[in-house]
Design a protein around this ligand. Sequence first.
Ligand code: SAM
Length: 169
Amino acid sequence: MVRENEIRENEVQITPPEPTDAGLTFIGRISTPWTSRMETPRQGRHDGPLCRIEIYEPWVPALKGVENFERLEILYWLHQSRRDLVLQSPASNGKIHGTFSLRSPVRPNPIGTSIVKLEGVDGHVLLVRGLDCLDGTPLIDLKPDRTLFKPIAPPQPGDFQTDENLPCA
Ligand code: SAM
C-alpha cells in the first residue's frame, strides 16, 4: 500500500537527530505524469512514460557526454517523505521490516535512485523513461549507469587490492 504520511500498525517512529548540513544542492527538477503518491509506480520501467529532467544553471555544461550513454543513474530527493521510521509495514498488515532492508521512500535521507533509459537530450533537458517519482521532485545528481561506464582516469593501487593482500581493519 502506498502511504501519504500516516503511521501503520507496528511501525516504529523515532525522533531523528538534528540534521547535519551536507551542503546538498538541487541541480534540477524532474517532470513526470504523477501528482499523487497513490498513482506513482513503485519502481520505474523502461517502457514507462516519457519524463523530463530539467538541469538548472550553472550545471548545464556538465551534461556534455551524457548522450553517449544509453542508460543513466538518476538520484533524486523524495521531498514529500517522512524521515523518522526505523521499522515499516509496506503491506500495511502489521508485518514489519527495517527501513534499510527496503527501497521505501521513507528513510532518514529520502534519496531515490533509478536507472533510466535515455531517449534524448534537448539542451538543458533530458528525456528519459524509467522514473517513479512525483512531478516536481528535486534532482540531486545523475551519472552513467555503472555497467556501461569504464573509468577514464588511470587505475589507482586500490583497484588491484584484494582482501588477501589488504584485509579491512
Ligand atoms: N526507485 C527509487 C528507489 O528504489 O530508490 C524510489 C522507489 S520508491 C518505492 C517510489 C515511491 O516513492 C513511489 O511509488 C511514490 O509512492 C514515492 N514517491 C515518489 N516521489 C516522491 C516524492 N517526491 N516524495 C515522496 N514520495 C515519493
